[in-house]
Design a binder for this molecule. Structure first.
Ligand code: MSP
Length: 648
C-alpha cells in the first residue's frame, strides 16, 4: 500500500479566508480523497499560522490578548473548511503547546550543533510581509513583495547557517525533477540560487515583537514566524513526540503552496530539514494566483471574493468543481461571476445534469428502473467505453502530476461522449421501433459511463456524486473509488430512481447571459496570439509627450531559461530575472531563437505591462524586438548590465 501525505500552507489567522485560500485547501482535499479512494494510506494536514507582528498588532488594536484574538479568528477558517467538506486529518495551530515545544527543541538542537549563531544585523523590514530584505532586494526603496514602505533596523540576532547548504540545494534540485513543480518554478528557485545565499535571521528581539516562541537559549528573543511556521509540517505528524506516527508519514508527498511563498518553501525549508537531518518532501507544488480583474486577490486591494457567497449561490460542490476545473494549477486564473455561471451552466447543468436525467427517465420508462444487461456491442459502444477508459487513466495520471483540471476535463469529455452516444443511438427511437435488445445495450452502457464518471468526480463533488450514484442505484454497490472501478463488472441489475435536477440551471438576466457565454475557441485563440509580442501590429504614428513615454517602464532582464510552448510553433515561454524578481514571459520569437540561443541573453522588457494570458499561460511583461518581414532580432544591451535596470 502506498502512502500519501499532503499539506496546505498554514494560513495567517488574521486574514479572512478568500477563494485563494479555499483553492489550495480544496485542491489538497481532492488529492486526499482521491488517494483514499485508491486505497493509499493518506494524511492531510492544514492549519493556521498564529504568531508574528500582524497578530500582535491586531490584538493590541482590539485590546485583547493575542491568543484570545487567534481563538476568535481561527474559527473563520475552521467554519469554512467544514462548509466546504474538507477532510483534513488534523488542524494544526502554531500556538499549540506541542508545536511550540518541538520548535524550541529544534532550535536548541541546531544551536548546540552551531547551526545557529548570534551576530549584528542591519536589514530592511516589511511589517506587512514580516520579512527582512537586503538593500538590493528593495524595489524603488519599497518591499519587493507587496510594495509597501520598509523600515531600516539594526540589531543583534540569531542566524541559521543557511548559506552553507547552497551548493547542496542546487544539486538536490537539479537531480530531483519532481522536487519543485511545475518545472519552471524549479528554474525560478535555481535562478534565485545563482546569487550567494545569505544566512537566515531566525530571531526577533522581544523588545520589538513578543508574540512568538521564545528561543530556548535566549529569553530576550522569539523565533522568526516563518521558521516557526514551516516546522508545522513535521510537528503536525508527530515529529519529536510520536516517532511511530512520524515515521509513517514523513517525508511529505506534497506541500501545496501558492507561488508567492516559493522561496520560503524551496530554499528555507529544505535547508532547515537538511540541518535537522531529515529527508526532503517528495514534491513542493506551487500553484498560481486567483486574480480578479487581473490583480491578485488580497484584503488590501479590496477585491476578495468571499467563498461563502459563492457557496450560497450555487452550492458547495459546484464551487469546488469550479475552483479545480477553472485553474490550471501552475498558472494564474481569473475569477469572475460570469465565468463561474458559464462553467456551471455548461458543464454541470447541461452536460452532466442532462445525461443523468436522460438516462434515468429512459430507463424508468423502458424497464421500470432496473438497468438492463447489455447485448451485442458495436463501434458506438466501443467509442463510449474508450472515452470513459481514457477518463479513468487520465484522472489517475493527473493525480500524480497534480494537473487535476486535465483529469476533470477528461471526465467531462466522457460525459459529453455519453450525450453524443445517446443522440446517435437514439434510445427513444429504439423504444418506439421495438428493438429491445439494442435499447437495453444503449441504456446499460450510458448508465455505466455515468456511474464511472460519478466515481471519478466524487472527490471533487462528494455530495452531488453520492446523490448521482444513489439515483443510479449504485449507492449500495460499494464503489467507493477508482480502485473499485477496476473490479466493477457491470451496472446491470442496479435499480434506478427518478432524478431531480442535480444542478438546477442558474438563470441570468439576458444581457448578463450574453456576457457569460464563452467566446468561441477560434476567436479566443486569435485574440491570444495577437497579444504575443512579435505578432503585434505596427502602431500608427502618434506623438507622445515625455510623461506619456515614461509611463512605460522599460527594464533590462536576464533570460534564465526558455522552453517551447506546446502546440504553438511561434511561442517561447521564458523565465526571466528582473532585478530580484523572477517573472514568466511568453514571446512570439520561437521561429527566430531556440531556447538555447535565447537563454542567458540580457534583453529589454516592458515591465509594467498588464499581465496577459497567451495560450493559457500568463505572460508578465513583453520583450522588445525588431521585426522586418522574416527577420527578427531582440533588443539587447550594448555591454554588461545587471537585470532590473530602468531604461530611458
Ligand atoms: N502563513 C503563511 C504560510 C506559512 S506555510 C508554512 C502564508 N499565509 S497566507 O495566508 O498569506 O497565504 C496562504 C496561501 O494562500 C499561500 O499559498 C498563498 O499563495 C495563498 N494565496 C493568497 N492569496 C492568493 C490568491 N489570490 N490566489 C491563490 N492563492 C493565494 O503565506
Amino acid at each position: 500500500m502506498s502512502k500519501f501525505y499532503v499539506t496546505t500552507p498554514i494560513y495567517y489567522v488574521n486574514d479572512r479566508p478568500h477563494i485563494g485560500h479555499a483553492y489550495t485547501t480544496v485542491l489538497a482535499d481532492v488529492l486526499a480523497r482521491s488517494h483514499r479512494s485508491l486505497s493509499d494510506a493518506t494524511f492531510f494536514l492544514t492549519g493556521t499560522d498564529e504568531h508574528g507582528q500582524k497578530v500582535q498588532q491586531a490584538a493590541e488594536k482590539r485590546g485583547v490578548a493575542p491568543l484570545a484574538h487567534c481563538d476568535e479568528t481561527v474559527v473563520r477558517f475552521q467554519e469554512l473548511w467544514n462548509r466546504l467538506g474538507i477532510t483534513n486529518d488534523y488542524f494544526i495551530r502554531t500556538t499549540q503547546e506541542n508545536h511550540k515545544k518541538i520548535v524550541a527543541k529544534i532550535m536548541q538542537d541546531l544551536y548546540d550543533r552551531d547551526e545557529i549563531y548570534k551576530a549584528d544585523y542591519t536589514g530592511w523590514y516589511c511589517v506587512g510581509c514580516e520579512r527582512f530584505f537586503t538593500e538590493k532586494d528593495l524595489v524603488d526603496g519599497k518591499c519587493p513583495d507587496c510594495g509597501r514602505d520598509v523600515n531600516a533596523i539594526t540589531e543583534s540576532n540569531y542566524f541559521f547557517r543557511m548559506s552553507k547548504y547552497q551548493d547542496w540545494l542546487i544539486e538536490y534540485i537539479q537531480t530531483h525533477p519532481d522536487f519543485i513543480l511545475p518545472a519552471f518554478r524549479a528554474n525560478e528557485t535555481l535562478g534565485f540560487l545563482k546569487k550567494p545565499l545569505g544566512d537566515l535571521c531566525i530571531s526577533r528581539p522581544k523588545s520589538r515583537l513578543s508574540w512568538g516562541i521564545e528561543l530556548p537559549f535566549d529569553p530576550d528573543y522569539v523565533c522568526y514566524v516563518w521558521f516557526d511556521a514551516l516546522i508545522n509540517y513535521i510537528s503536525g505528524v508527530g515529529y519529536g513526540s510520536d516517532d511511530e506516527k512520524f515515521n509513517a508519514w514523513w517525508p511529505a508527498s506534497c506541500h501545496l503552496i501558492g507561488k508567492d511563498i516559493l522561496t520560503t518553501h524551496s530554499v528555507y525549508w529544505p535547508t532547515m530539514l537538511k540541518a535537522i537531518g531529515l529527508p526532503m518532501p517528495q514534491t513542493i507544488f506551487a500553484h498560481g494566483w486567483w486574480l480578479t480583474g487581473n490583480s491578485k486577490m488580497s484584503k488590501s486591494l479590496g477585491n476578495v471574493v468571499n467563498p461563502m457567497d459563492m457557496i450560497d449561490r450555487a452550492g458547495v460542490d459546484a464551487f469546488r468543481y469550479f475552483l479545480l476545473a477553472e485553474m490550471s494549477p501552475g498558472n494564474d486564473a481569473n475569477f469572475s461571476e460570469d465565468s463561474f455561471i458559464s462553467r456551471y451552466n455548461s458543464d454541470l447543468a447541461n452536460d452532466l445534469g442532462n445525461l443523468l436525467s436522460r438516462v434515468s427517465k429512459l430507463t424508468i420508462r423502458a424497464t421500470g428502473g432496473e438497468i438492463p444487461a447489455p447485448n451485442e456491442l458495436n463501434e458506438d459502444d466501443a467509442e463510449l467505453a474508450n472515452a470513459v477508459n481514457n477518463a479513468i487513466s487520465s484522472m489517475e495520471c493527473c493525480l500524480n502530476s497534480y494537473k487535476l483540471d486535465q483529469g476533470i476535463d477528461a471526465a467531462m469529455n466522457a460525459v459529453r461522449a455519453g450525450n453524443r452516444y445517446l443522440e446517435k443511438c437514439a434510445p427513444w427511437t429504439l423504444a418506439k421501433n421495438g428493438d429491445p435488445a439494442r435499447l437495453h445495450t444503449v441504456l446499460h452502457n450510458a448508465a455505466e459511463a455515468l456511474c464511472k464518471v460519478a466515481v471519478l468526480l466524487a472527490p471533487v463533488m462528494p455530495e452531488k456524486m453520492a446523490e448521482l450514484l444513489n439515483v443510479l442505484g449504485a449507492g449500495q454497490a460499494n464503489i467507493n473509488g477508482i480502485a473499485d472501478l477496476k473490479n466493477l463488472k457491470s451496472v446491470a441489475g442496479f435499480v434506478m430512481k427518478e432524478a431531480s435536477p442535480l444542478f438546477p440551471r442558474i438563470i441570468v438576466e439576458e444581457d448578463a447571459a450574453a456576457k457569460a457565454a464563452p467566446a468561441p475557441k477560434a476567436e479566443k485563440k486569435a485574440k491570444a496570439e495577437k497579444s504575443a509580442p512579435a505578432e503585434a501590429e505596427t502602431p500608427v504614428n502618434v506623438v507622445v509627450t515625455i510623461d506619456e513615454f515614461f509611463k512605460t517602464q522599460l527594464k533590462t532582464a536576464k533570460v534564465l531559461s526558455a522552453e517551447k510552448v506546446e502546440g504553438a510553433d511561434k511561442l517561447l515561454k521564458l523565465s526571466i530575472e528582473v532585478g530580484s524578481e523572477i517573472r514568466q514571459l511568453v514571446a512570439g520569437v520561437a521561429q527566430f531563437y531556440s531556447p538555447e540561443q535565447i537563454t542567458g541573453k540580457t534583453i529589454v522588457i516592458v515591465a509594467n505591462l498588464k499581465p496577459a494570458k497567451i495560450r493559457g499561460i500568463e505572460s508578465q511583461g513583453m520583450l522588445l524586438a525588431a521585426k522586418d518581414g522574416n527577420n527578427l532580432k531582440l533588443v539587447t544591451i550594448d555591454g554588461d548590465m545587471p537585470s532590473g535596470i530602468s531604461i530611458g
